[in-house]
Design a binder for this molecule. Structure first.
Ligand code: FBP
Length: 357
């Protein structure tokens, strides 16, 4: 059985030894925090009784509190990592420089401590999403602007799924590795065992995931794509499709990692100033890197998600990702002049960030 450290050393074997140490130490810290978050989440309502939470009621306040506990847990762990100069969390308004290592850490960490948290009360799978970026101005305390890097700059990304099993799926840009938490191991030294490597998303699929209640707000290319899937055997696709919607992005992406599929939270017209529901840095970019590393594709409709440069820390974007053939098709529908898509809301180049070669 190969454990996290050994698997990372093997996966990063072609890198400079310093890079290997820095990255594996940091990923171990994140993995440690996530084992703890999983433990807290698995306590459910008992988290209160066990002293994890100080407020709870039947209206779900304990669940909201769980978000904050998860965030606290991640922050406490990152603060001890000498390689991390600072972090940005979906739960925090601004980035936080590390109290001890802001001036010398070479890395920045971005995370959503508990994604899909509206599902907690229903006891449906939730997850943590993380992304690791280089600190380009090492030596200076990081501020918000240092985190505004396009997704293709990520050195690693991953998610932890708190389901029947606790899984960590990560990439250091050398394919996708899956680890399973051995729940018999002590929380102080959690044991993550490599259970799958070289994950590949099948390029074709008959499964899609979208919140269909928003249909009236979608744009024409998405209306067309979904209508064609729903038309099934008798429609232009000449095959039946299945639909899933867990409303928990980590669970949704993990299903796609295991058997293919398409996840869509497309641009819609509900709130014109918010062109999407999901956040670029905390959700879209890390998932896009994982999906691309597994042979899939991730777009906002017209551009690759990994090319988008955030304007603000909590920027929201449309997200469409999964099996490559389907995403290619959706891109072609957006490019079709009959579909009337003229928006180009997102920057993909700046003076400061080199576009990917
Ligand atoms: P949060 O950022 O509030 O956790 O929301 C993210 C998310 O729960 C995703 O995990 C999921 O895909 C989506 O929102 C569900 O949205 P909807 O409520 O429209 O079904």
């Amino acid at each position: 059985m190969i454990e996290l450290r050994a698997a990372l050393l093997a996966n990063l074997a072609d890198s400079h030894p310093d890079v290997v140490t820095v990255l594996s130490d940091t990923l171990e810290v994140i993995a440690h925090a996530c084992a703890r978050i999983g433990e807290i989440a698995s306590q459910g309502a008992l988290a209160q009784a066990h002293g994890w939470s100080d407020t709870v009621n039947s209206q779900g306040e304990a669940q909201k509190r769980l978000d904050l506990l998860a965030d606290e847990c991640m922050r406490e762990n990152l603060a001890h990592c000498p390689h991390v100069a600072g972090w940005a969390s979906e739960e925090l308004e601004h980035v936080q420089p590390s109290p001890h290592h802001a001036e010398h850490g070479p890395l920045l960490v971005v995370y959503d401590p508990l994604d899909g948290s509206s599902n907690i009360e229903a006891n449906i799978s939730i997850g943590t999403i993380f992304s690791i970026l280089p600190h380009r101005y090492r030596g200076a305390r990081p501020g918000d602007a240092d985190f505004m890097q396009p997704g293709h700059q990520q050195v690693a990304a991953g998610y932890v799924l708190y389901g029947p099993a606790t899984l960590m799926v990560l990439t250091c840009r050398r394919g996708v590795l899956v680890f399973t938490l051995d729940k018999r191991s002590p929380l102080q030294s959690p044991r993550w065992v490599l259970t799958h490597e070289g994950v590949q998303i099948p390029s074709g699929t008959r499964e899609f995931a979208i919140n269909a209640s928003n249909q009236r707000f979608w744009e024409k290319p998405i209306q067309r794509y979904i209508a064609e899937c729903v038309a099934g055997e008798n429609g232009p696709r000449m095959k039946d499709f299945n639909m899933r919607w867990v409303a928990s992005m980590v669970a949704e992406v993990h299903r796609i990692m295991t058997r293919g599929g398409v996840f869509l939270y497309p641009r819609d017209t509900r709130e014109p100033i918010k062109p999407g529901r999901l956040r670029l840095m905390y959700e879209a970019a890390p998932m896009a890197l994982l999906v691309e590393q597994a042979g899939g594709r991730a777009i906002n409709g017209t551009s690759e998600l990994l090319d988008l440069i955030p304007d603000v820390l909590h920027q929201k974007v449309p997200v469409i990702l999964g099996s490559k053939d389907e995403i290619d098709r959706i891109v072609s529908y957006h490019a079709d002049p009959h579909e009337n898509v003229s928006w180009q809301l997102f920057k993909t180049r700046t003076l400061f960030v080199q576009p990917q070669a």
